[in-house]
Design a protein around this ligand. Structure first.
Ligand code: SF4
Length: 510
């Protein structure tokens, strides 16, 4: 049963209750060096998906569909805020989008504008009140905000705002943005938003709504995706849609127009769409791991279809580290597209030798040893007749702690494989992310502490190879020359502000 938080249509939200960071770790957690990555998780996790709809009689229902398509970006909580020109309602709940937003609940969200958010939250940070959108009555009026990403220069801004008299009730990224807007000396809301976004550093794709307007913005380096779409309306103005990934547009029958540009602030009113560049001049560093793992293969992000990128990663991996074998088997679901590319390039049969149980839900994502040991076998099961007596090339998208990879290798061997060769469709993950991806500290990243050969021994594979950085970048090339962040593979962080505690050399050998 989902738990819901319903904010009445005109009520004024209490900042202390409502403000929370989209990102898994709050500012306090990050600044104390606390790693929020779930101890049982051996996958990196995206932390949010956002959607906004302007100019549709059933805007909340459209946002619901968009969030449904973005469910992979966060499964622990979701929220939708809607506005009808005068009032602004907001409903949030714990659980999957379809569990929270029944017909009865959607009926409480009237209006032709809506924004929504789906969230993956981390240990100690999964309370209902931390769900988004948050709704705040600021000095610039009632605002609902939902964002995807992590800010990295919060300490300085917070100290400055406090010197200027700001009273903080939480430690979240979102409160910093709202406080900046509220304290901006700019005369209009749009100027205040531009002024505020220009002061924060880090990764954010934001949708915001007032009683009569919608705003969307990306950080100046364009870390996280955010696209603009349109539903044509022959009888009136078109509906404008924003979504973290274009797969959301397909369900809405919206046409993709373009990406929100890095450093761009877009405003949609009854008069249409206007845009301004609130920041420029910084090199684009879009998250390459969106192409490797997070985004759905049927999405187009950063100017490129994710499916094409993963197919190329697989082909490049086959060129770089081919090995004699009988079958190519993906670790489903995320390894499937790269495995297809690998198999085609290598001229080997592709087989679904591992089956994922899609009905394993959040119930089993619990940091308890008993469940953790059970976890991989609950999620994956080998197809014995496809693996028995075969030399298997296993394709996966990452090795984080190594524990899950070892269990999978053992599982494939236990099903009769005579050899297991693991191929990873990106370089070794050697450093944490500070830009909206839930990552363990460096001490828990196996590739930060062991050589490739040591990892091979640990996971008990016959051979192990990663895609090279050059190969990854080549696989994600665009005509527009998209620049990518590769910091979790290179430690070259695009921003100055990172949490030093998290990236100090590991002191523990796993
Ligand atoms: S550090 Fe890695 S996961 Fe984080 S934004 Fe950069 S490429 Fe993406």
């Amino acid at each position: 049963m989902s738990r819901l938080l319903y904010q009445g249509v005109d009520g004024v939200a209490d900042l202390s209750e409502l403000i929370a960071s989209c990102a898994g770790a709050s500012y306090r957690e990050r600044s104390s060096g606390y790693s929020s990555h779930k101890a049982d998780s051996d996958k990196l996790r995206e932390e949010c998906g956002v959607v906004a709809v302007h100019g549709h009689p059933g805007a909340a229902r459209e946002v619901y569909l968009g969030l449904y398509a973005l469910q992979h970006r966060g499964q622990e909580s979701a929220g939708i805020a809607s506005a009808d020109g005068q009032r602004l309602a907001n409903i949030k709940g714990m659980g999957l989008v379809s569990e929270i937003f029944t017909d009865d609940v959607l009926a409480k969200l009237p209006g032709s504008m809506a924004i929504g958010h789906t969230r993956y939250s981390t240990t100690g940070d999964s309370a209902l009140l931390n769900a988004q959108p948050i709704r705040v009555d600021s000095t610039k009026g009632l605002i609902a905000i939902a964002h995807n990403g992590n800010l990295v220069n919060l300490g300085n801004i917070r100290a400055r705002l406090e010197r200027d008299g700001a009273y903080f009730q939480t430690t979240s990224d979102s409160e910093i943005i709202v406080q900046l807007i509220a304290h901006s000396k700019a005369g209009t809301l749009v100027d205040a938003i531009a002024d505020s976004l220009g002061q924060v550093e880090g990764a954010f794709s934001i949708v915001m709504m007032t009683r009569d307007r919608i705003f969307a913005a990306r950080d100046p380096r364009g870390f996280r995706p955010l696209s603009i779409g349109r539903i044509q309306n022959p009888e009136g103005p078109d509906t404008i849609v924003f979504a973290s990934e274009t797969c959301a547009f397909d369900l809405l029958r919206a046409e993709y127009l373009r990406d929100v540009l890095p450093g761009e602030l877009v405003m949609v009113t009854e008069d249409g769409l206007t845009s301004r560049q609130y920041a420029s001049g910084l090199p684009q560093t879009s998250c390459i791991f969106e192409h490797v793992y997070f985004a759905r293969p049927d999405s187009r992000i950063f100017g490129r279809w994710v499916q094409e990128s993963r197919d190329q990663m697989g082909r490049q991996l086959a060129r770089e580290s081919g090995v004699d074998a009988d079958v190519v088997v993906p670790v489903p679901d995320s390894g499937v597209t790269a495995a297809l590319g690998y198999a085609e390039q290598a001229g080997l049969p592709f087989r679904m030798g591992l089956i994922r149980n899609h009905y394993v839900g959040r119930t089993f994502i619990e940091p308890e040893q008993r469940v953790r040991d059970f976890g991989v076998r609950l999620k994956l099961n080998p197809v014995h007749n496809l693996l028995d007596g075969k030399r298997v090339i296993l394709i996966d998208d990452s090795i984080i702690r190594g524990t899950t990879s070892r269990k999978i290798v053992r599982m494939v061997r236990g099903a009769g494989a005579t050899e297991v060769h693991l191929r990873i469709s990106c370089p070794p993950t050697i450093s944490p992310c500070f830009y909206g991806v839930d990552t363990p500290s460096k001490r828990d990243l196996i590739a930060a502490n062991k050589s490739v050969e040591e990892i091979r021994q640990y996971i008990e594979a016959d051979s192990l190879a990663y895609l090279s950085l050059e190969g990854l970048l080549k696989s994600c090339e665009t005509k527009e020359n998209t620049g990518y962040c590769t910091a979790c593979y290179t430690e070259n962080y695009p921003t100055q502000w990172v949490d030093v505690d998290e990236i100090l050399p590991a002191v523990v050998t796993i």
